[in-house]
Write a protein that binds this ligand. Structure first.
Ligand code: HPA
Length: 266
């Protein structure tokens, strides 16, 4: 378990209310944090370590506008071998630190011909196709209920606020359904067709465990995907992690503008 007492000490009196979890190649929002206090995951007792290129493994605490934020730059994917419960422990630590709202970004493949690489999608709901769940095991009643309701997992009020900002900044931000696979391989073409048939607009290897754990903990969630590629079979070239990183960078400027404006207007 994460030692939250030690974490509170490391945070030196800072009291963030908004959490940020940043996806592959999408870490630059962290550069907009004023007077940042940077804590390496390695220095936090009980905190897991990241293993993916493009995920640096730091907690950054500071201000965006007047809002104190806590940013996790580098996340924990199940395909790295992390137990799903580890993600619930990280989210529980955020709750104990006072986080009320969690903003999540990820890189995702498009299943919807209208969602092109380099564009953004706001997640309105998800399909958990990972076969995993962060809440497996004995329930921690101090954090949340055994059977959490998921009917407003991607909080409608937060989405409305973000939609207004996207309109004002003239950034396209369609809503869509995110389907999570375990990975680490990209999907087969048959899987991509199947997922589209199931009603998903984008596919990725993260986010769903964090959202389930956050909803359980009573933390409001807003989640945005940077579309980095068309799913297998929808584009003629093979997929690579490099393509993911390159196209995430194309989407990142808009993503940064949306999220920093959103947080400043909280
Ligand atoms: N599939 C799964 N995860 C992803 C993809 C994809 O096509 N692109 C970025 N992350």
């Amino acid at each position: 378990m994460i030692n939250t007492k030690q974490l509170q000490q490391l945070m030196a009196g800072k009291k963030p209310t908004v959490g940020l979890i940043l996806g592959s190649g999408l870490g630059m929002i962290a550069d907009t944090i004023d007077t940042p206090l940077v804590i390496n995951y390695a220095d936090i007792e009980g905190f897991p370590q990241t293993t993916v290129a493009g995920h640096s493994g730091k907690m950054i605490v500071g201000k965006i506008g007047k809002t104190e934020v806590l940013c996790l730059q580098g996340r924990f994917h199940l395909y790295e071998g992390h137990r799903p419960q580890t993600i619930a422990e990280v989210i529980a630590a955020l709750k104990i630190l006072g986080i009320k709202q969690l903003i999540i970004t990820n890189a995702a493949g498009s299943l919807n011909p209208a969602f092109a690489p380099g564009s953004l999608m706001m997640i309105s709901d998800h399909i958990n196709f990972s076969g995993q769940n962060p809440l497996i095991g004995k329930n921690n009643d101090l954090i949340g209920p055994r059977f959490p309701d998921m009917s407003n997992a991607y909080n409608r009020d937060l989405r409305r606020h973000m939609n207004q900002i996207a309109e004002r900044l003239q950034i396209d931000l369609p809503e869509g359904i995110y389907l999570m696979v375990l990975g680490p391989n990209f999907e087969t073409a048959a899987e991509v067709r199947a997922f589209r048939t199931l009603g998903a607009d984008a596919v990725g290897m993260s986010t769903v465990p964090e959202v389930i754990a956050a909803v359980h903990a009573g933390i409001d969630v807003l989640a945005l995907s940077a579309i980095t590629n068309y799913g297998t079979g929808l584009q003629s070239t093979p997929l690579s992690h490099q393509e993911t990183i390159t196209n995430a960078a194309r989407a990142a400027d808009n993503l940064t503008a949306l999220i920093t404006t959103y947080i400043k207007e909280l």
